[in-house]
Ligand binder design. Structure first.
Ligand SMILES: Cc1ncc(COP(=O)(O)O)c(C=O)c1O
Length: 382
């Protein structure tokens, strides 16, 4: 079925300096790396921003009741999680949000746990905040990335205070199910941990049989231990508008978080606020059309990679990201090899898992087909 949003229409991103398409200079490298998409933002967001720009004054601006209710109602509609207004903290970004969690939980010298591979700024959070990093790897079993529960439990120590969770997961694309989340909640209780749950990709669940479950929505006891981070930026492709929020139900944790922000972390950008209200209130039709487009791009990636000698991948349940295992392809530097072939991918080393690359299929089908063809040809011709 043809919808009325045209995701096939190319937008020439080379015309705007500093964006994804600028990284490889004048070289013919298709940029399938950083996790933004090549699609124009949804019409209701563009319209809301235009209207705000026409007002022509950009004075200091606090969040307003309509924005707060759009966020609360949007999260309820999409994830059946009831957020109380006093749990909210407004942020310019999710990376800021999890670094603040790293700063307020525990004390210098304590440990922060996360599983690899993971979005690279997770791995830098402990060092940014005088904490120590503990990791253990997710494991691939029968084409699906899972927790190695024994390994995680064996990695935690009495000095571990914070568990950094990414759900849906960048880069492996998993949407963790209730059983997995209950296991994480149990660990948090047993080891007296706070969980920082980065749920920025929650609007991008591709599998129709699956739903995102916010960790804090499981029950009140885990909600009291959880700092949830969300944003409209991935789902509606507006990351440079800088709007995100934390949900912190426990009053003491909420207060410490606000204290750590004071004088350091600014309000979100006013156009980001305007965009967020429009996204949560009027962005659902576009989001569903996007998911349909991403599902068919995912199909292309899975079919093409299955034919590439030495490469394997798993089907991402969410996100526009494919995590590709190149370890059997005998490439010293898989990301460098594909860049030489004209395709810019993210290097697994930065995610704590060498031998892998991450491919962002949030682009037009034409760009994706060309990138996949270049990858196949390069593997066959070498
Ligand atoms: C898991 C995850 N968290 C956070 C971010 C970035 O968040 P922000 O731009 O709001 O700092 C990304 C972007 O790729 C991401 O994948």
């Amino acid at each position: 079925m043809k919808h009325h949003f045209d995701f096939d229409k190319p937008v020439d991103r080379r015309l705007v300096p500093g964006e994804k398409w600028g990284r490889f200079g004048g070289r013919d490298v298709l940029p399938l790396w950083v996790a933004d998409m090549d699609f124009a933002a949804p019409p209701p967001i563009l319209e809301a921003i235009r209207k705000r720009v026409d007002h022509a004054v950009f004075g200091y601006t606090d969040v307003w009741p309509g924005l707060i209710s759009a966020v609360i109602e949007g999260v309820w509609r999409d994830h059946q999680w009831r957020i109380e207004p006093e749990w909210l903290v407004w942020l310019p970004g999710v990376v800021t949000g999890f670094n603040l969690a790293g700063r307020i939980v525990g004390a210098p010298g304590d440990e922060i746990f996360t599983a690899t591979p993971v979005y690279p700024p997770f791995l830098r959070t402990p060092d940014n905040n005088a904490r120590r990093l503990l990791t253990s790897p997710l494991v691939e079993r029968n084409g699906r990335w899972e927790w190695d529960r024994e390994a995680v439990a064996a990695t935690l120590t009495p000095h571990t205070r914070l568990f950094m969770l990414c759900n849906p997961h960048n880069p492996v694309g998993r949407v963790f199910d209730r059983d997995e989340l209950e296991w994480i909640a149990g660990l948090a209780h047993r080891h007296d941990l706070v969980v920082c749950s980065d749920e920025i990709h929650c609007g991008l669940v591709l599998d129709q049989a699956r739903a995102h479950i916010p960790l804090a929505a499981l029950d009140e006891s885990i909600a009291r231990r959880t700092i949830t981070l969300m944003a409209p930026s991935k789902t509606w492709n507006i990351p440079a508008l800088y709007f995100a929020f934390a949900v912190i139900p426990e009053p003491g944790l909420h207060r410490r978080y606000l204290q750590a922000m004071r004088g350091v972390v600014p309000q979100p950008n006013v156009l980001g606020m305007v965009a967020a209200e429009a996204a949560y209130r009027d962005g659902d039709a576009w989001r569903h059309a996007l998911l349909e487009y991403l599902r068919s791009n995912r199909r292309c990636v899975l079919d093409a990679v299955a034919q590439m000698p030495g490469l394997t991948t798993t089907s991402p349940e969410a996100t526009c990201l494919a995590w590709i295992d190149c370890r059997r392809a005998n490439l010293d530097d898989p990301a460098g090899f594909f860049e030489g072939a004209g395709v810019g991918l993210s290097d697994g080393r930065a995610f704590g898992m060498p031998g892998f690359v991450r491919l962002n299929f949030g682009c037009t089908r034409a760009t994706l087909d060309e990138a996949l063809a270049r990858m196949s040809r390069a593997l066959q011709d070498r």
